[in-house]
Design a binder for this molecule. Structure first.
Ligand code: GDG
Length: 745
């Protein structure tokens, strides 16, 4: 254990770690079941904290339902001290089906940018959902108040939402160990929207790098139309933190093997004498197509062809740990590598020299440390990797700073390891040249580069990583301002029944009808007209639909609903129930000369952003960019708003950013004014205001403190409550309409 691990307690809560596999595997040897602990970086980072907090680690033990629960529990308890391993129970065969299907055949290839290797079999999605449900059930059965839940990786991306739905108050963080792809690639993922929604159940979502985090944000925007900031996203009344937290390793553990462990020391001596007259290049990977093993072998062959003088002077030790052997892709990769190694050794080898030593097996940690310690060069060239721990482990083992790291620019580790020789693993000539340079680098440069690398790897170790994650997770509730809570429909219904006079002010787009790419398509469906008619028919109700749209559109769409109040242009215009005329609630627009000046600027933005258009209303002028590529659209919107601020400085008009729009209107036009007028005329005993964007906040502010203010959809709001979407809003209105009718009958 690292000394840093035992000193600082990261959080007061009990830690519950959830990962697909427990760091203990139950397997059968000669008919006898045994528990074998794996000593990965994650296990060594989690176990001290689990021990400190008496925590739990929940995961699959790999026995696939063949053991009875008691046997399993007793085997597992023999491996954990002061904390518990809790196995997730799967029906026989279901654990394997879950693991091998959607996570490894669909998500893994796509997230590593191999869409052509992606397989999607619809039943595998159902296994994925069911697998996550098994985890959810096990977690829920073991949870205690105050627990901090930390979910790991891509197998469990639906779990955050499942757990949140069971208990909205839990504290839950998720870490993705693999890269997150760009939105263009992510769009290929079948059921990708479900995956994003699953992740949004967390309070904290962390990735290895900023690039992965930015890709996640852009997927939220493009696929779910959810906006976010660099470090957070607002969703259903919660703030979800977003962080880039590169994982580290246990450098002290490795160094102490090299310095104090007799087996490691012995192995170092053996390797040194075996390869005394040779440069040693090491490569260590799981046998996976993302790790670029064939590409590396091709580059090695190029190097050998270009540099015949390296004959008998260099050896490449490639360790490849078999992985996911039941999947066809992996079997053919294994054969491809065998053939390549055979070809290279056949082409260049001599009776005294085998250029590529290929170990297709797992080796002991002590041998691995010895290999790193002895190797002159580490050749770490994955085609794509979340982080890549081998790169960091190698540096941690160069205690005298004498070694060179050749690293793929597509490994997450490249972000932090600029002193390595960074290469594009697809370019075999460039890679071969980098390895050549590594082999001939002068000692001064080698040591300078490695010293920086090693110091950084030592500072940002895996314990520090875990502490930072948990500190951030523990602070979740404390940093958040109290925000909206989910609306309890039953409670509104009760209040509604008791009230004799009720005022309902409802926004239109995004509240009563879903937002459309083309605003002209948001025609009210018949069901909405019927519900509004029923509500407005109740003599106890004043029902108003208040929108930023023009009076003409409001009249066309809702003018025929008897008894309905209408508000247009954010309440600057009002049409009372039972009348046919529109009243100006604010001074008449008058000259508003600024509008003409703005028109040409707006038109210029339409030219810059195809798909956008300008709408002119009595009191305002609007640039609609909903159909423009979202990031470009937001960027231009900010530029337009900034430009307007300057141009309009002398007037009383200001730009306002809305959902997919920039609107310029006089400051005195706002929905709060409309609400005030209605409140002055009525004396409602129940007030309800619902809206989805920033213009509706003025209504929430104007209604009394006991009002039912409802924010529809995602994002931050000063409303007291939120509802998921327009569908939920309509169901609420239907329920209220039915309540009144039942009473009247
Ligand atoms: C995922 C992400 C991310 C390898 N061979 C042996 C052995 N190993 C150990 C290495 C290293 C680990 O396995 C491999 O870690 P990687 O980071 O390279 O890759 P993944 O397994 O794909 O892990 C990855 C990681 O999660 C952490 O977030 O870095 O990007 O894909 O620790 O030393 N260990 C032993 N014998 C071997 O033969 N004992």
């Amino acid at each position: 254990m690292s000394p840093s691990a035992s000193t600082e307690q990261p959080s007061p809560g009990r830690l519950v770690v959830v990962s697909n596999r427990l760091p203990v595997t139950l397997s059968q040897t000669n008919g006898e079941w045994e528990a074998r602990a794996s000593s990965g970086g994650l296990a060594s980072a989690m176990e001290p904290i689990l021990r400190q907090t008496g925590g739990l680690w929940i995961g699959w033990a790999g026995d696939d339902g063949e053991l009875d629960p008691e046997q399993r529990a007793s085997l597992l308890s023999s491996t954990a001290q002061d904390f518990a391993y809790i196995p997730v129970e799967f029906p026989p065969g279901a654990g394997e089906a879950f693991y091998k299907g959607y996570p490894n055949q669909t998500v893994w290839p796509l997230f590593h940018l191999f869409p052509a290797r992606m397989n999607f079999d619809p039943p595998s999605w159902h296994d994925y959902v069911a697998g996550n449900e098994h985890f959810a059930a096990t977690v829920a059965a073991n949870l205690r108040e105050g627990d901090l839940i930390w979910i790991h990786d891509y197998h469990l991306m639906l779990l955050p939402r499942m757990l949140r739905e069971q208990d909205p108050a839990i504290k839950l963080g998720f870490f993705l160990h693999i890269p997150f792809p760009s939105s263009e690639a992510f769009a290929f993922l079948p059921r990708g929207d479900e995956v994003l929604l699953g992740l949004l159940g967390a309070d904290l979502l962390a990735f290895h790098t900023h690039q992965h985090l930015q890709h996640f944000r852009s997927c939220l925007l493009r696929i779910l139309a959810i906006e976010s900031s660099m470090d957070s996203v607002e969703y259903q009344g919660r703030t979800i933190k977003l962080e880039a937290l590169p994982i580290g390793i246990d450098p002290t553990g490795l160094a102490s093997l090299i310095q104090h462990d007799p087996r490691t020391k012995e192995r170092i001596e053996e390797l040194r004498s075996q390869y005394a007259d040779k440069h040693v290049i090491v490569a260590v990977d799981r046998l996976d197509y993302t790790k670029g093993i064939p590409e590396r072998l091709h580059a090695f062959r190029t190097l050998m062809r270009q540099r015949p003088d390296l004959k008998e002077k260099v050896v490449m030790l490639q360790v490849a740990v078999p992985s996911r052997e039941g999947i066809g892709e992996y079997q053919s990769l294994s054969s491809e590598i065998n053939e390549l190694v055979g070809e290279i050794n056949g082409e260049f080898g001599t009776p005294q020299w085998t250029p590529v030593m290929y170990l297709r097996q797992s080796i002991e940690r002590s041998s691995l440390a010895a290999l790193y310690a002895v190797a002159d060069v580490a050749w770490v060239t994955p085609l794509r990797d979340g982080m890549n721990l081998v790169a960091k482990e190698y540096c941690a083992c160069k205690l005298n700073d004498d070694g060179v790291l050749v690293l793929s620019q597509f490994a997450g580790a490249a972000v932090e390891m600029g002193e390595a020789l960074l290469v594009n693993p697809y370019d075999e000539e460039q890679v071969a040249a980098a390895v050549e340079r590594a082999l001939s680098m002068r000692p001064g440069e080698r040591k300078r580069r490695m010293r920086h690398l090693r110091e950084r790897v030592s500072r940002n170790d895996v314990f520090d990583w875990a502490r930072r994650f948990l500190k951030s997770l523990a602070a979740v509730g404390l940093e958040q301002t109290p925000s909206a809570q989910a609306l309890n429909v039953r409670a509104v219904e009760d209040a509604y029944k008791k009230a004799s006079r009720r005022l309902l002010i409802l926004d239109y787009d995004g509240t009563l009808v879903p937002i459309q790419d083309n605003p002209g398509n948001a025609v009210p469906p018949d069901a909405l007209i019927r519900t509004l008619t029923r509500l407005a028919a109740d003599p106890g109700n004043v029902v108003a639909v208040l929108s930023g749209r023009s009076a003409d559109e409001m009249e066309d769409w809702l003018g025929a609903v008897p008894g309905l109040h209408l508000g247009a242009e954010h309440g600057a215009l009002s049409r009372k129930a039972g009348t046919e005329t529109w009243e100006h609630l604010v001074p008449t627009p008058g000259a508003m000369e600024w509008k003409a000046k703005m028109r040409s600027v707006f038109e210029h933005f339409v030219q810059r952003a195809p798909g956008s258009f300008v709408e002119e209303k009595e009191y305002s002028i609007v640039w609609h960019y909903r159909r423009v590529e979202p990031q470009f659209g937001h960027w231009l919107a900010a530029e337009l708003a900034g430009l307007m601020e300057g141009l309009l400085a002398e007037t009383d008009a200001r730009p306002v950013l809305g959902r997919g729009i920039v609107e310029v209107r006089p400051v005195w036009v706002n929905k709060g004014l409309f609400a005030s007028h209605l409140l002055a005329e009525e004396e409602p005993s129940l007030q309800l205001g619902a809206g989805d964007d920033s213009t509706d906040e003025d209504v929430f502010d104007r209604l009394g403190e006991h009002a039912w203010t409802i924010h529809v959809g995602t994002g931050r709001s000063r409303a007291q409550y939120w509802l998921k979407d327009t569908g939920a809003m309509l169901r609420l209105l239907d329920t209220l309409a039915a309540t009144a009718e039942a009473r009247a009958a």
